[in-house]
Design a binder for this molecule. Structure first.
Ligand code: SF4
Length: 280
C-alpha cells in the first residue's frame, strides 16, 4: 500500500490534529463510533464544508471537538434544538448530532421525542454506553435492569428505555442500531441515515470500561466487546428467536424501522408559500 493510500485510510483529514490526543479512557468505544461516522461521511461523499457536527454534553459529546467540520458543542441535552435551528436556517447542510444516553434520553429526552415527531432532517447518532461516564458512573435511562452504578450500588431497579423503540414511536423515519464491535455495519447504518430525508436515529452501543465495566464485572474493553459480539443479533435472525432467547440479554441490530413521511423542511416550505400567497 502506498504512503498516500495509508494516509487516506487513516481519515486524518477529518480530524483536528491540534485537539488530539483525545481524553477518552483507554479502550473506550467512543472513538470507534466517531470513526464510523467519518467513514459513513466518506462513503456517501458528503462535503466536509457542508457537514455540521452538533453535540451535547458528556464523554461522547467531546467528539465534536476532535472532528474537522463546522462543529457546535452545546449545552446538556440541547444538541437537537441547536441542530434544528441550523437545519432550518440552511436546509442544504448535512447536520449530524452526536449525543450520549444521558444527554439524549434524560435531560434531552423531550427534545429527542419532539425532534422525532417533527421528522426534522437530522442524523442523530446516540453513543449508548448505558451509564453517565463523565460524571462518575450514575445510572442513566438506558442502564439495564439490575446493572450496577454509583447511584444503584445493588443494581438498578428502573426499567431502561429502548431508545430505538422510543424513536420509532415518536415519529423518526429511520431507526437503526449497531455496536462498536460491528464497526463496518455501524458505519453502514449511519450511511443509511444520511440517505433518509427526515429524522434518522442510529443507536451505537459502545463500551465504557471505566464507569460501567468495572462495576459490572467487565473491566476489560475486550470483554465488553465480546459481550456485544455474543448478544447482538441481526434483526432478521432476532425476529425468529424464541422469547426465552430474546429475554436473555440479546438485542437486535440493523435497520429496525423506516417510513416515508414528509420531513419538516418540506412541510415548512409549503407553509411559507401559503403564508406568502396570503399576503399578496
Ligand atoms: Fe469512555 Fe467511559 Fe472513560 Fe467516558 S468514562 S471516556 S465513556 S470509558
Amino acid at each position: 500500500m502506498s504512503a498516500e493510500q495509508t494516509a487516506e485510510r487513516s481519515f486524518e483529514r477529518y480530524f483536528r490534529a491540534n485537539r488530539l490526543p483525545h481524553l477518552w479512557c483507554p479502550g473506550c468505544g467512543n472513538g470507534i463510533a466517531m470513526k464510523a461516522i467519518v467513514q459513513a461521511i466518506e462513503k456517501k461523499g458528503l462535503s466536509q464544508d457542508d457537514t455540521v457536527i452538533v453535540s451535547g454534553i458528556g464523554c461522547s459529546s467531546r467528539a465534536s471537538g476532535y472532528m474537522d467540520f463546522d462543529t457546535l458543542h452545546t449545552a446538556h441535552g440541547r444538541a437537537i434544538p441547536f441542530a434544528t435551528g441550523i437545519k432550518l436556517a440552511n436546509p442544504k447542510l448535512n447536520v449530524v448530532v452526536i449525543t450520549g444516553d444521558g444527554d439524549c434520553t434524560a435531560i434531552g429526552g423531550n427534545h429527542f421525542i419532539h425532534g422525532c415527531r417533527r421528522n426534522i432532517d437530522l442524523t442523530v447518532v446516540l453513543f449508548n454506553n448505558n451509564i453517565y461516564g463523565m460524571t462518575g458512573g450514575q445510572a442513566s435511562p438506558t442502564t439495564p435492569l439490575g446493572a450496577k452504578a454509583t447511584t444503584a450500588p445493588y443494581g438498578s431497579v428502573d426499567r431502561p428505555f429502548d431508545a430505538c423503540r422510543l424513536a420509532e414511536a415518536s415519529g423518526a423515519t429511520y431507526v437503526a442500531r449497531s455496536t462498536a464491535f460491528h464497526v463496518r455495519h455501524l458505519s453502514d447504518m449511519i450511511a443509511g441515515g444520511f440517505d433518509n430525508k427526515g429524522f434518522s436515529f442510529i443507536e451505537a452501543m459502545v463500551q465504557c470500561p471505566t464507569a460501567y465495566g468495572r462495576k459490572n464485572k467487565m473491566a476489560s474493553p475486550a470483554a465488553m466487546m465480546e459481550w456485544m459480539r455474543d448478544h447482538a443479533v441481526m434483526k432478521a435472525a432476532f425476529d425468529k428467536l424464541p422469547d426465552t432467547e430474546k429475554s436473555a440479554g440479546r438485542f437486535p441490530i440493523g435497520l429496525l424501522y423506516q417510513s416515508e413521511d414528509v420531513d419538516y423542511d418540506t412541510a415548512y416550505e409549503v407553509v411559507k408559500e401559503r403564508a406568502g400567497g396570503a399576503g399578496k
